[in-house]
Ligand binder design. Structure first.
Ligand SMILES: N[C@@H](CCC(=O)N[C@@H](CS)C(=O)NCC(=O)O)C(=O)O
Length: 225
């Protein structure tokens, strides 16, 4: 059985979980809080970051580390529901957008929200700084504008079929949404796309999970936003 070291609000682990769900790969989530810097976890991943995957009964298989490397591993080894497919140019566009959401959306929105609303409360016992929350809310508008723009010309974010780009974006948005950071006002296309993502069976286990102490807004799990 594959074990996935993660915590419920890690957007990179959520991307991996969505891919595993779409491909029908069974796995067991193992709770890891990277801020605790556990020795056994650092032995597995010296970077001390989630997600990490190991196989519990396949001998000394190296751990899989880094969400993109993990997704590429399962894309290469499990044929079902290809998530990086099409021509070389199609695949380049999927990878570009995955990097966009993993890097820019995380830097502008999910990362600051996780630090202000989760880590400060859980680890540092401090209140969030409203300046950073305001900046993140402003950045959400620009990112949702970009999603609207992509969907003006495409059925899915990277092209005509659902891909890892949709999973990466939905994973980041779902964490920001849990932390009260998403306002869909004036973003009908992005909202419709996200409702479609939320309705997928691969999404349901993520929406049902809770992070200790921190509760999501009332409509977090609802499909009629
Ligand atoms: N590039 C990595 C980023 C992973 C990452 O930043 N994980 C966060 C949690 S969501 C983490 O472990 N942060 C703790 C740290 O950086 O020390 C990936 O895609 O897996």
């Amino acid at each position: 059985m594959w074990l996935l070291y993660q915590f419920p609000l890690c957007p990179f682990s959520r991307k991996v979980r969505l891919l595993l769900g779409e491909k029908g790969v069974p796995y067991e989530p193992v709770r890891e809080s990277p801020w605790e810097r556990r020795d056994e976890f650092l032995d597995m991943n010296p970077a001390g970051q989630t997600p990490v995957m190991v196989h519990s009964d396949r001998g000394p298989l190296r751990p899989l580390i880094d969400s993109m490397a993990i997704c590429e591993y399962f894309e290469e080894t499990v044929e079902k529901s290809a998530m990086i497919s099409g021509t070389a140019a199609d695949r380049a566009e999927i990878r570009r957008l995955v990097t966009w959401f993993d890097t820019h959306f995380y830097r502008d929105i999910t990362g600051p929200l996780l630090f202000e609303r989760m880590e400060k409360r859980l680890v540092h016992k401090m209140a969030p700084d409203s300046k950073f929350l305001r900046e993140a809310m402003k950045a959400v508008v620009a990112h949702l504008d970009y999603i609207d723009y992509l969907l003006d010309n495409r059925s899915w974010l990277a092209g005509s079929t659902m891909s890892l780009a949709d999973l990466a974006a939905a994973a980041q948005i779902s964490v920001a949404d849990y932390l009260g950071g998403i306002d869909w006002k004036s973003h009908e296309q992005a909202k419709r796309w996200y409702i479609g993502m939320k309705s997928r069976p691969s999404f349901r286990p993520l929406l049902a999970e809770r992070m200790e102490i921190i509760s999501p807004p009332g409509d977090y799990e609802k499909l009629d936003l």
